[in-house]
Design a protein around this ligand. Sequence first.
Ligand SMILES: Cc1cc2nc3c(=O)[nH]c(=O)nc-3n(C[C@H](O)[C@H](O)[C@H](O)COP(=O)(O)O)c2cc1C
Length: 259
Amino acid sequence: MNAWKVFLFNLLRRLIGTETVEVRLKPREKFQGPIKILGISGSPRGAKSSSHKMLETLLAHARSFGAETKVIMLCEKKMKPCEGCVSDSDRECEFPCIHCDDDTNEILQAMIDADAFVFATPVHWSSPSAAIKILIDKMTAIEENRYEITFKNGKEPLFGNPCVLLASQEGDGANMALGWMAGQLRAMGVWALPWGQVFKPNLLNRKLVRIGLRVINQRKFEWVDNTMRADGRNLVLISRMLKESGYQWDDFKYLEPNC
Ligand SMILES: Cc1cc2nc3c(=O)[nH]c(=O)nc-3n(C[C@H](O)[C@H](O)[C@H](O)COP(=O)(O)O)c2cc1C
């Protein structure tokens, strides 16, 4: 919204003495299209990375349930770190983000258009990769401008979108990395599904190890593949249920003063 509209809007609100404004989104036709799942691949090692392979496996399961999938490999994109405009004032954090000369806005727009997400990351010192951290920081531009984006698109960005989080690790730290991601994403309205945090020890990518585990009938590590199969299915079916119900997470009755 431009400054004049905001000024008039707030003036009107003061004159009629109300802080509560009900805004109804345009009624939508019953959802019919495919569920759009955006996969974010966060390893600096690109297509050969273990976390990227996990992502491709999960998306293949999702496609078998009718999803349309798209992958963004962050190591192929340029994204400057967040400059923290929101810390000056809520209104300083804009969408599109002020970084117009890198790929930030292309990635954020793909997130706005998606119905569900899969994030894949290596564990780097018990954290997600630096690229994933930068992306989560920059998602603030969507979160801070979600009313404007909603009114423009007729669809809430991020809010209520289910996600699955995948990590590849050598030994330890995935729970911290994925737990942190789940917490921050939830604060922006994106929720990790039940069973939606999957980590794979790198050792399991070795063929000999996998054969060895089968020979000694040690099957407990098969939970990784089984869970990813379930996640691909759940991500599509839960997203479809939500879209078909037309459920809105916010009733948009309470607009923030400067929206
Ligand atoms: C900078 C750096 C830090 C790492 N920190 C951890 C760690 O804290 N815990 C762990 O289990 N593995 C750690 N690793 C190993 C990677 O998580 C592991 O090799 C992973 O399988 C790589 O995934 P990718 O192929 O998707 O990049 C680290 C690797 C790098 C490069």
